[in-house]
Design a protein around this ligand. Structure first.
Ligand SMILES: [Zn+2]
Length: 85
């Protein structure tokens, strides 16, 4: 993953959160969890949201991690939705 600010490719994971991590949920902003839910939540609840910090410039960003199989299904689902629009 390339940092959009400096082009560096090494990131440090700060925080990780799954759908079931309710007690530490506030460590990842509600907005980011809602975005992940919007992107993949209707297909799978088995995803992880991670906040990473660029090791070079300190830029922070959020990432969604799902399995390859789930990602392929989400892409198919979205393509089918686009065709029905
Ligand atoms: Zn950076």
């Amino acid at each position: 993953m390339i940092c959009p600010r400096c082009g560096n490719t090494t990131w440090k994971v700060d925080r990780s959160l799954t759908v079931d991590s309710a007690p530490i949920r506030k460590q990842i902003s509600r907005k980011m969890m809602d975005r992940a839910e919007q992107l993949v939540g209707d297909y799978t609840q088995d995803y992880v949201v991670r906040r990473r910090t660029c090791e070079k410039c300190g830029n922070r960003d959020h990432f969604v991690e799902i399995s390859f199989a789930d990602l392929e299904e989400v892409i198919k689902l979205r393509a089918a939705e686009d065709q029905s629009d």
